[in-house]
Design a binder for this molecule. Structure first.
Ligand code: F6R
Length: 241
């Protein structure tokens, strides 16, 4: 794993955007693996800037998102589909048909998960995947557990994640209790993975991640098994290492 420690969130975002930019320039029909949350917003802002200044063209780019609440409507302003449209897709020249986010209204969630996994394979896999890390070391909605499901699956959210995400909802009771998420094996199909972490709140997770022990009780530690991972974190997130 390569580790890049930068001063702050803005530098972390720019460094990640430069890696994404290289992949897009090298292959204009590449597949980007995307995430939601606070961490990648700066990356998306940089990609929008690079599009507006003519450095990047998204006309042929395809995207696959890690996860989505379940059940949730794409029109709900807390859905990850809504987030992606608002934070990135509506501000670049990407064809929305080429943007895949798990369907929070899928009637048969298990069937949908199988099809999502097949869809990733049919795109030829993901060229570069961005990941944030949960305070408890979760990746996507792969929460700390004794065992993990490898591929896209429906999962229950932990109390920790429901509480952390309740800041976006009117109340904790409004947070969906389940989610559709790519599994660690789905994520490992990506040829390159960019993990980002910013702020003191992520310091414990980064310390465990780099602690040299792989355990499903901190899913982020599994990233040590992939052969092309770059961790970009700011000084605060790196402060306990
Ligand atoms: C989002 C996702 C989550 C977040 C994680 C960190 O699609 O899969 O695993 O990456 O919860 O969230 P933030 O970035 O808000 O700290």
């Amino acid at each position: 794993m390569k580790i890049l420690v930068v001063d702050n969130y803005a530098e972390m975002s720019r460094a990640a955007a430069d890696i994404f930019g290289e992949v897009i320039k090298e292959n204009p029909t590449c597949v980007l693996g995307l995430a939601t949350g606070d961490t990648p917003i700066g990356l998306y802002d940089c990609l929008i800037d690079d599009y507006k200044t003519g450095k990047l063209d998204f006309a042929g780019v395809r995207t696959v998102n890690l996860d989505e609440y379940y059940p949730i409507s794409p029109d709900n302003d807390q859905s990850y589909r809504y987030f992606m449209n608002e934070k990135l897709f509506d501000s670049i020249n990407i064809d929305k048909k080429n943007t895949m986010v798990p369907d929070g209204l899928a009637k048969d969630a298990n069937k949908f998960c199988r099809e999502y996994e097949e869809m990733i394979d049919s795109l030829g896999g993901i060229d570069v995947q961005v990941l944030g890390v949960g305070r408890n070391g979760h990746v996507g909605f792969n929460e700390p557990e004794d065992g993990l499901y490898p591929y896209t699956h429906l999962t229950d959210l932990t109390a920790n994640t429901i509480e952390a995400n309740s800041r976006f909802f009117a109340s904790e009771a409004d947070v969906p209790k389940q989610a559709l998420t790519m599994g660690m094996s789905s994520i490992f199909k990506a040829r390159k993975i960019v993990v980002m972490a910013s702020g003191k709140g992520k310091a414990e997770a980064v310390k465990t991640m780099l602690g040299g022990r792989i355990t499903t009780s901190c899913p982020a530690t599994l990233l040590a098994l992939h052969n092309d991972v770059v961790l970009i974190c700011d000084k605060d997130a790196y402060s306990l290492v």
